[in-house]
Design a protein around this ligand. Structure first.
Ligand code: BT5
Length: 299
């Protein structure tokens, strides 16, 4: 390469936030990488340095990574396609709720093409929450809990939320998009009165966002592969591991379902991803969607 070509590349790197020291007759030294989870930084940590191993899109700002990933999935993007953003302007939770997405957080969506049937979608959401919990535990050294179906909590405060969306034709799942939001810095207070969200920084985890994203994706894809290969065993494993981390297990809760709220004792989850709730009649209900809140124990 000519000197000018090298110089041009270094300028481009500096523009992207890389710090490069230059010493006359000595050469160049990489002195620092930008804080952004740029695609090649994520690929490097996935062990996929070869460019194009999987499509990774990075946006400094985007309405919602899930919306972008859904469009890509619909247009035929391969499984593993990743959409990452520094911030979202219209981050979504479940049931039309908002996901606060300030700059510097972790917002990612993965396109998956699981072989399971649409009825097995709930287990995908649970597997995704488990993947986040495992990654957080590995990176922070602290136990993570899961609030069914999709919240990852540490110290009973919400660190991460998962939004799993699927498209199906009759008996087959065309695609799934797994969206994960993970707080780095504390999220500005506002619509969250209780429990106050928590961020990775507060857990003492200062890993680069690209490393966190790679770890979450590797855990997630490991679980998805196992679900493809041996669905029954993998689903049972997911349920077991979720149960071990399940908040409010054995406690009286209320579940707001799309229909009426139901109250009972939270028994656990099963291999289809359903929440098991023992109600007053002694019967155990299986619930596939809803929001769980803790009830005060009756006096
Ligand atoms: C979720 O919904 O927890 C799923 C959040 C998924 C977000 C990711 S980010 C990447 C991808 N792109 C998207 O547009 N979405 C996904 P839900 O269980 O409905 O919880 C939403 C509730 O969590 C809100 O109503 C708030 O109370 C609370 N919340 C909002 N932002 C939060 C944050 N940053 N940290 C903790 N809690 C938050």
């Amino acid at each position: 390469m000519t000197r000018t070509a090298v110089w041009k590349l270094l300028e481009r790197m500096r523009q992207l936030g890389y710090a490069v020291d230059a010493r006359p007759r000595g050469g160049y030294r990489l002195a620092g990488i930008p804080d952004w989870p740029l695609p090649w930084e994520v690929a490097l940590r996935l062990g996929e340095e070869e460019s194009g191993a999987r499509p990774i899109y990075f946006y400094p700002s985007i309405p919602s990574t899930n919306d972008a990933a859904r469009q890509l999935a619909e247009a035929g993007a391969p499984a593993g396609t990743l959409v990452v953003a520094d911030r979202q302007t219209a981050g979504r939770g479940r049931r039309g709720r908002t996901w606060q997405s300030p700059p510097g957080g972790i917002y990612l969506s993965v396109v998956a093409r699981p072989r399971c049937q649409p009825s097995q979608a709930p287990v995908l959401a649970l597997a995704s929450a488990l993947a986040v919990a495992r990654a957080v535990e590995a990176l922070s050294g602290q136990p993570a809990a899961v609030k069914w179906p999709n919240d990852v909590l540490v110290h009973e405060r919400k660190l991460s939320g998962v939004l799993a969306e699927v498209a199906a034709d009759q008996e087959t799942l065309r695609w799934a998009v797994i969206g994960i939001g993970l707080n780095v810095e504390p999220v500005p207070a506002g619509e969250h009165a209780f429990p106050r969200p928590i961020g990775l920084v507060e857990l003492g985890c200062r890993a680069h966002r690209a490393a966190v994203i790679a770890r979450v994706v590797l855990e997630l894809e490991g679980l998805l592969q196992r679900l493809d290969r041996s669905p029954a065993e993998a689903a049972a494993e997911v349920a077991r591991e979720i149960e071990a981390r399940l908040v409010w297990k054995g406690r009286p809760v209320r579940v707001d379902t799309l229909a009426a709220p139901v109250e009972g004792e939270l028994v656990g989850v099963d291999a289809s991803g359903a929440l098991l709730l023992r109600v007053g009649t002694g019967e155990t209900l299986r619930l596939f969607a809803g929001d769980v809140t803790l009830r005060a124990r009756p006096a």
